[in-house]
Structure formats: structure tokens, C-alpha cells
Design a protein around this ligand. Structure first.
Ligand SMILES: [Zn+2]
Length: 389
């Protein structure tokens, strides 16, 4: 995987803030270019009532989170136990939510895992492939589930070989993010992970630790994209315990990352489930809470990419006289950073509504909210045209 590390570091250092450029181009000057760029096939006629004043004042914005949601959330699972396949995955599927499954790659397909004296049944590669094929993220949780900060650990095996093993066993999967076993990482392991992954998840299982360790509630962007804090939602927590944390994160307009382990089947506890298992009902209502609260819920990789792209992209706006042209671009690797960003743009005077069109004249999904058009756009340098019909 080719990751533009340099670009990422710049973002993390805050050198590239969210930039917004208003390029006011008078219609006369730009007429020729507009004619070339603009798709000719529209059903409606342009009326002079809709003419855009040359001094039109653009107010464009890239949303902090997808869809202008207040806060983001990622539902992630550690280890790759069978119950995550048999119980947790169907719950997510039922609700239309995508999660991130972090596999201890060397344990997948080996049957039972002796987890410090407790037997856990692991999923196999066929099951992991089914999860991947339904659009969830498969990440690496190391090769052997060892504490990678311990002396003598083969970091290359735990980081790189785990990724390669998953990619060789699951068709069409590119492993993009990592999750630290035992929630432990150091500066050295973080540096090694930067060579292999887009980002990495850490965490805590004790609620007071969530606030005091690993940077607490993640800043935006997170202080360290390779040790993003997560809350272990364990069976020792009540709903109100962990939901208080989620509410605090929501208020900060930040990113609430969960770390789930076991989820028991609907008919009750069984042998071999993951650590600190929740009942199916408790897990299901946790997901419902995040949905109902209005978090933007997506995979750890998807939110990571949104942050990188958002902070690296420039919004270019041009006044074409009869339309507005909007272009979103950045210098990141387009092969990796291909997620849509949500942008909004105010409408010119007299426009009651507007629609968005791609360079080929195809309609781009958009909505109008409080006098602004809201569109999801991949920051690939392609122009989108906004018209009053
Ligand atoms: Zn683990």
C-alpha cells in the first residue's frame, strides 16, 4: 500500500487547516471556459431571473463530518471470535450499519484459542470473507495477539505479516487499519504502524481511563491517528455508564470509537465467546442508541479517510454567470483516498432551489437545507455544476 506519509504528517501537524477558497471569476472573462466545461444537455431553460451577480459572495464549507452530522462513531470488534460472526455481524446487517472487525490474523481458522486460560472459538477465513463481502472493514489485530510493546516481539510479523495473511486469505480485501492488542502501543510501535497502515485504534476498558489516557476524547483531528482512543464496552458497564461517555464525545463533536469483544447468541451464553461478552440484546440496543442519537456511523478506515481528505482538500468555487462550479481537490493518493466529503454552498439571490450535475451532465445527488445546497463529492478534482433547475 502506498500511503503518502508526508502528506499525513503535515495534516497531523496542523500545517494544512481546512482551507476554503473563493475564486470569484467574472462571467465575461470566463465565458469561453464555461462553455467548454459545461454539459449542454439540460431539460430546463435558463432564465435571466437566475443570473448570478458578478459580486456573488460564496459561502462554501466542507462538513466536519459526513452529512453534516454533529459527531462520528465507529463500531469496532477485537480478536475475530466466532460469536462476532454468528451474532454481532447479523445485528449490524439488520440495521444497515458497517463495522470494523479487527482479526488476530494468526488465530483465524485455528478453532479454539487459549486466551490466557480461557478458551475462545475463533471465526474461520470463510466467515471473515463473508463479513468483508458485505462491506464491513476487516482490519488487523496483529498476528499472534501478543503485547507488541514487550521486548523481543517481532514487530514486522505482527504488523506487516498479519496484514499480508488477511489479504491472502480474503479476496479483494485491502487491510487499511490496525488495532493494538491489549490496547498497548508505544512511540516505537506507532512509528512502525505508520509504514503499514492509514491509522490505528487503541483504547481503554475502564471508563475513567477513557478521559485520562490515550489523549482522552479524541481531538479533531485526533492527536495521534495511530493511537486513536476507543472505549471498551464491557459487560461490567451499564448502558448509562458508557452512554455518558458517548454523550460527552457528541458534545465535543468528536469521534466515538467503540471496542467490543464478545456478543452472546440470542438464546443465551455459550462456550467459547469473546472476552467480556454482552448479550445480543444489549449489543443491539447499543447500536440503536448510536443510530438514534444521530452519530455518523462508519468504519474506522472510512472515518480516518474522511479526516485526512477533509483536512487536505481545497474547495474551489467559480461563478459561471449561469451556474456555479465547485471543485474539490487535494494532493493525497486518489487510489486510497476516494471517500466522499460533504460540502455546502449558499445559493445565489432569487434561486429557490438548485441541482448539481457532474461534468458529463449526469445528476449528482444533492439536497437543499436552509438556503444551501448540500452535496457529497469525492475530492478528485472533477467539477460539479450547480444550476437553478
Ligand atoms: Zn484483542
Amino acid at each position: 500500500m502506498t500511503i503518502s506519509l508526508q502528506a499525513k504528517k503535515k495534516i497531523l501537524a496542523g500545517i494544512l487547516p481546512v482551507l476554503l477558497m473563493s475564486c470569484l471569476v467574472p462571467p465575461a472573462q470566463n465565458a469561453g471556459e464555461e462553455q467548454n466545461d459545461e454539459p449542454p444537455l439540460f431539460s430546463a431553460e435558463f432564465s435571466s431571473d437566475y443570473a448570478i451577480p458578478a459580486d456573488f459572495d460564496f459561502e462554501g464549507e466542507i462538513a466536519r463530518w459526513y452529512g453534516f452530522r454533529e459527531a462520528a462513531a465507529s463500531i469496532t470488534f477485537d480478536d475475530g471470535t466466532y460469536d462476532q460472526y454468528s451474532t454481532a455481524w447479523p445485528v449490524l446487517e439488520e440495521k444497515g450499519i458497517k463495522g470494523t472487525f479487527y482479526l488476530a490474523a494468526g488465530l483465524i481458522g485455528t478453532g479454539d484459542w487459549d486466551d490466557h486460560g480461557t478458551v475462545r472459538r475463533m471465526m474461520n477465513w470463510e466467515q471473515a470473507s463473508q463479513i468483508a463481502a458485505s462491506g464491513h472493514e476487516i482490519g488487523s489485530h496483529s498476528l499472534n495477539h501478543v503485547d507488541v510493546t514487550a521486548p523481543g516481539v517481532d514487530l514486522d510479523a505482527e504488523l506487516r505479516e498479519s496484514r499480508k495473511l488477511i489479504e491472502s486469505q480474503i479476496p479483494d480485501v485491502s487491510v487499511e487499519t490496525f488495532c493494538w492488542p491489549h490496547w498497548r502501543e508505544t512511540d516505537k510501535t506507532v512509528e512502525a504502524a505508520e509504514e503499514e497502515y492509514l491509522s490505528a485504534r487503541s483504547g481503554n476498558g475502564i471508563i475513567s481511563y477513557y478521559y485520562s489516557r490515550k489523549g482522552g476524547i479524541p481531538s479533531d483531528p485526533p492527536e495521534n491517528m495511530y493511537a486513536v482512543n476507543a472505549l471498551g464496552i464491557l459487560n461490567s458497564h451499564s448502558d448509562s455508564d458508557w452512554q455518558k461517555v458517548a454523550e460527552d464525545v457528541y458534545r465535543e463533536k468528536s469521534w466515538f470509537v467503540t471496542s467490543f469483544h464478545g456478543v452472546e447468541p440470542a438464546d443465551g451464553p455459550t462456550e467459547g465467546t469473546g472476552w467480556s461478552p454482552l448479550s445480543r440484546d444489549v449489543f443491539s440496543s447499543a447500536v440503536d442508541y448510536l443510530i438514534d442519537r444521530g452519530f455518523w456511523i462508519d468504519t474506522f478506515a472510512a472515518v480516518s479517510k474522511y479526516i485526512y481528505e477533509r483536512d487536505a482538500s481545497l474547495l474551489h468555487l467559480a461563478n459561471g454567470g449561469t451556474s456555479l462550479r465547485l471543485t474539490l481537490d487535494n494532493s493525497l493518493d486518489k487510489g486510497i483516498y476516494d471517500r466522499e466529503l460533504t460540502v455546502s454552498l449558499n445559493l445565489p439571490p432569487g434561486w429557490e432551489t438548485a441541482s448539481a450535475y457532474g461534468p458529463g451532465g449526469d445528476r449528482v445527488l444533492s439536497r437543499i437545507d436552509s438556503g444551501k445546497i448540500i452535496i457529497d463529492i469525492v475530492p478528485d478534482g472533477q467539477s460539479v455544476f450547480i444550476k437553478p433547475y
